[in-house]
Design a protein around this ligand. Structure first.
Ligand code: UFG
Length: 346
């Protein structure tokens, strides 16, 4: 395959670039470097001369994207580039809609008109379990047919873009240019690649596992549990943590198996939920350190409990998470953060 990876310099996108390159594909990564990092781009470029290119651009720069699609004759798009914090989306919803919808439409237009009007053959979209909001009774674990009622602007941007993609895929089918469309609804992505090259380095960092690791490293004086009064077994929110390399494996399988003319949604999560307290216990076990935890109020936009029913992705893509032990996931994150105390250092 010849793949455009948007958000290629970000946490998940960089892992996708690495896997695709290791599998022998040609990869062009684009990233605004607003939250992504140049260092992993340089490392991948050095390791795969001739098969990897990095373009410093925003997904809203349709002309530049189209030029890249044409120049490299790219047939597949993996679209990771987005802003992706639930709490931040509550504070600045219009910015979330601009990035995740308006700019993403410019990307899609480039994907439509490139390659002498043939367009790209495959599009794989990073959607989110945040599109489900709080599932109704009987819908946890969450299957793909669960009603989608997001509780945050972030979740709504992902759901709206799913609808835009479905309309676009129908249009392509009508024009006898069938697209293979996959929408992967991620649960909570965690950990880092086991070679130690890539890791998770966000500014600001808000995700539970890296925040807890920073507390264990003594980089934070304390950390907060956002809500200890939820209707869950220990009062804290429950999430499904999937290792980033397993997540990328789902993309590769989707690219290989979803046929032209098909539009498929798959949940990507291991199928087991962990509470915030259970994650903190895991970080304590892996690091061997204790740290100060404050029970704070609930964070706006948070769903109560979300974990996946992996039946569909196992059946249709043959996907199975390889890393299912939470301590193993946390260990990969811990190892990278210990080896890179300043992240990528940029
Ligand atoms: N949490 C804390 N303290 C912290 C950080 C997080 O208690 O310092 C809690 C949150 O309230 C939440 C859980 O830990 O209950 C997980 O929070 P994260 O911020 O790690 O992840 P989210 O579940 O909010 O968000 C992630 C992805 C989104 C995705 C979403 C789906 O970042 O892209 O899962 O729920 F959409």
């Amino acid at each position: 395959m010849r793949v455009l990876v948007t958000g290629g310099a970000g946490y998940i996108g960089s892992h996708a670039c690495q896997r695709l390159l290791n599998d022998g594909h040609t990869v062009v990564a684009i990233d605004s470097l607003y939250r992504g990092h140049r260092a992993p781009m340089d490392a991948l470029s050095a390791g795969h001369p001739g098969r990897f290119a990095f373009i410093h651009a925003d997904i809203g720069e349709g002309g530049r994207i189209r030029a890249a699609l044409d120049e490299h004759d790219l047939d597949t798009v993996m679209h990771f580039g987005a802003v992706a914090y639930v709490g931040e989306s509550v504070d600045d919803p219009l910015w979330y809609y601009r990035n995740n919808i308006a700019s993403a439409i410019a990307l899609l237009e480039a994907c439509d008109t490139c390659r002498d009007g043939r367009g790209v053959d495959r599009f794989i979209f990073s959607s989110s379990c945040a599109t489900y909001g709080d599932p109704p009774e009987g819908m946890i674990p969450v299957p793909e047919h669960c009603p989608q009622h997001p509780t945050s602007p972030y979740g709504r941007t992902k759901l709206h873009f799913e609808h835009i993609l479905l309309d676009y895929a129908a249009h392509r089918a009508n024009q006898d240019r069938p697209l293979a469309l996959t929408m992967l609804r991620y649960f909570n992505v965690a950990g880092s690649d086991r070679t130690g090259l890539l890791g998770e380095d966000h500014t600001p960092e808000t995700h539970l596992i890296p925040v807890a690791i920073q507390a264990a490293q003594g980089k934070r004086e304390s950390m907060s549990i956002f809500g200890a009064d939820y209707p869950t077994p220990d009062g804290t929110c429950v999430r499904d943590y999937v290792h980033v390399e397993d997540l990328i494996d789902a993309h590769v399988r989707a690219a290989e198996r979803v046929k032209p003319g098909r539009a498929e949604a798959f949940n990507v999560g291991i199928g087991k939920g962990y509470s915030v307290r259970e994650i903190l216990d895991s970080v304590r076990r892996v690091s061997g350190k204790d740290f100060r935890v404050i029970e704070a109020g609930r964070r706006a936009g948070d769903a109560i409990a979300l974990y996946n029913d992996p039946t569909k992705i196992q059946r249709d893509l043959g996907w199975q998470a390889q890393v299912t032990d939470i301590d193993e996931i946390v260990t990969t994150a811990w190892n990278w953060m210990q080896a890179h105390p300043d992240g990528y250092g940029d």
